[in-house]
Design a protein around this ligand. Structure first.
Ligand code: ZN
Length: 103
């Protein structure tokens, strides 16, 4: 294939191939099976793939740290909630509490 294709925006693989359909052509990643826009000609399919690849790589790079930060916050919140649920709210009382009733 003489055309220069952008690497896959999803897995970074350069192992692309043009899949030929009845009425259209599309760039397809051999590694993760991601498929670009279907176009009538190979050149158009390649052009659109390159555009999508560039766009989505820019989009993927910017919001990711934010999302990871939110995920960490969520994880922390869930973890402290789980420990409150498990140990009850008497964590800060110093351990001198005697249970009145037994189960
Ligand atoms: Zn891929």
């Amino acid at each position: 294939m003489a055309s220069n294709l952008e690497p896959c925006p999803f897995c970074g693989s350069c192992n692309m191939h043009i899949s030929h359909h009845l009425l259209s052509r599309a760039v397809c990643c051999q590694h993760c099976k991601a498929t670009g826009p279907h176009r009538r000609t190979t050149e158009e399919a390649v052009l659109n793939w390159n555009r999508v690849s560039k766009c989505s790589r820019q989009q993927v790079q910017s919001p990711n740290p934010q999302i990871h930060g939110h995920l960490h916050n969520l994880e922390d919140a869930v973890r402290s909630l789980a420990s409150i649920l498990r140990h009850g709210p008497r964590q800060g009382l110093g351990g001198g509490v005697e249970p009145d009733r037994e189960h």
